[in-house]
Design a protein around this ligand. Structure first.
Ligand SMILES: N[C@@H](CCC(=O)N[C@@H](CS)C(=O)NCC(=O)O)C(=O)O
Length: 108
């Protein structure tokens, strides 16, 4: 992921490999209020006017769910519900931003 991708909105391999969803209702963003990487993703969510479930991992219940599902405590992480009901966990703010632009950007 390069600076170009951040500012130019380019896709990323991780974003392209992550499963597509029909609706933002299938997505949930794990984040922390003070985390600058999370704020970057939240800015893209606002820009694209998406309504996502958001879970703050300062809540131990949400942290536990993130670690059990995604395997890392790092935020931000986008939980993607696949058609079969399984969850795919996408880490890295730049990849999450690229995923959202790829599937919900105005040009998509
Ligand atoms: N490269 C990652 C960095 C994310 C990151 O460093 N997040 C911090 C919070 S700002 C984190 O989750 N650290 C581990 C922790 O708080 O337990 C990204 O861009 O998403």
């Amino acid at each position: 992921m390069s600076l170009f991708d951040w500012f130019g909105g380019g896709a990323s391999k991780a974003a392209e490999a992550a499963p597509a969803v029909q609706s933002p209702e299938k997505l949930a963003l794990y984040k922390k209020e003070w985390c600058p990487f999370c704020q970057k993703v939240s800015a893209v969510v606002r820009e694209l006017d998406l309504e996502l479930a958001e879970y703050d991992t300062n809540n131990p219940e949400h942290l536990q769910a993130l670690m059990a599902g995604g395997g890392q405590r790092m935020v931000p992480c986008l939980r993607i519900e696949q058609e079969n009901g399984d969850y795919f966990w996408l880490y890295e703010s730049a990849d999450i931003a690229a995923y959202l632009r790829l599937h919900f950007g105005k040009a998509s």
